[in-house]
Design a binder for this molecule. Sequence first.
Ligand code: UN1
Length: 512
Amino acid sequence: NTFGISQSLQKIGIKPENLGSSTGINWLDSVETSFSSFSPADGELIAKVQPANTETYEAVIAQAHLAFEKWRTVPAPQRGEIVREIGNALREVKEDLGKLVSYEMGKSYQEGLGEVQEMIDICDFAVGLSRQLYGLTIHSERPGHRMYEQWHPLGIVGIISAFNFPVAVWSWNAALAWVCGDVCVWKPSEKAPLSAVACQHIVGKIFAQHGMPEGISSLIIGDHQVGELLSHDPRVPLVSATGSTRMGKLVAKAVGERLGRSLLELGGNNAIIITENADLDIAIRGALFGAVGTAGQRCTTTRRLIIQESVYEEVKTRLASAYSKLVIGNPLDERNHVGPLIDRDAVESYLAAIDKVKAEGGKAVVDGGVLGGKGFESGCYVKPAIFEAENHFEIVQHETFAPILYLIKYKTLAEAIALQNGVPQGLSSAIMTTNMREAEAFLSAAGSDCGIANVNIGTSGAEIGGAFGGEKETGGGRESGSDAWKAYMRRQTNTINYSTSLPLAQGIKFDI
Ligand code: UN1
């Protein structure tokens, strides 16, 4: 399935046996030509990966179905025990996997480690959950009857993940789905296939050690055609997709047509409101990491700052000064704050957005640009930029996956909330204030319309314990914590008659 992986892993100081041994996994042969994975850090070819074709897809789904028949009969706490071991295996390879994510995707090593930590955290969460898949008991209106509900596994869960969190978002879905008794077929981003291959190795070994069948965790590498196969396939009752709104609409349509379930986590256009009562030290730090972390490629990245006019100039000056201290460079070098964009297409979108905001009347506070020369040979390193803009600009309404931050001025809090909500997306939002009335108004039913609303914290960096997702064009799905697990199960209502008669519900008489 892969070619050249061990040389690349050794080059960045990773032990290939930690991530690259294939014990317990059957790889299917594919006849297609291979995909190449390049690192945006140094532009080098990391490996070639063979994508799936329709035949291999069929074989994977057939195997996943067989695996489900076994897996659903394993008691949930025992499934949790296996997920606990997966969490422990991830603890052992945290540095190696974090490094691979950093090298393949371009986020800083610290953020690569953070991503693996999210995987470990969700495994812990799922282990606890495996003993808490609770249903209600309900009082029946009929004598000698009782009612309850139970939650059963769904079957095959298709997981489509994006390049920016190439491993964590899969694990939020997979760890929950597994304890729920589902099996997973994962289509990772074709821009980060190696991190996915590494994960498949890590979990495959553990399932094999427990004598579990192949197919509880499957990986299908391919382009959008694999996503289409999953979306149209009635054997896949749930498709959980993370990525662009464009992709999400296609998935929702295909899955909706067959009345399947989709769980969508799509684009964000996240804003921080900075009021005149903000602690500006916290506000600047929160905005800075929110805007430039992962080089602006999180779906939770801060894209807009909505600033009260009395503190506007101060925020602008302090941010510009913070930006001037950012060090851009190889993400594996811990002295650097900002790594590259994922590829040159992303650089083109970044440049086009900058042209667009300027054409619409935006004014550069910190101008952008592509870095060249030694260390920047991949052509994927760009300067984080700040523009003064208006919320209604077409480009401001749009999610550009790059470190471009728009500053918008407001007078009243009502106006700020309207601006914050005045975009098609509804993922994450924040307010910086020490005033309780402002904070509560922002969190109220008349406040932020997003799935995530924070106070004195930036828009990114959600913890796994909360439900993650958003409204409007973000797609409405919730993954990860809270009761997000319910999306991975089917609810069954049971009524049991232990009496010697058969009274009908609603008091209906039907005697012969
Ligand atoms: C994403 O960008 O798709 O909240 C996920 C955050 C991370 C997850 C982001 N925990 O920023």
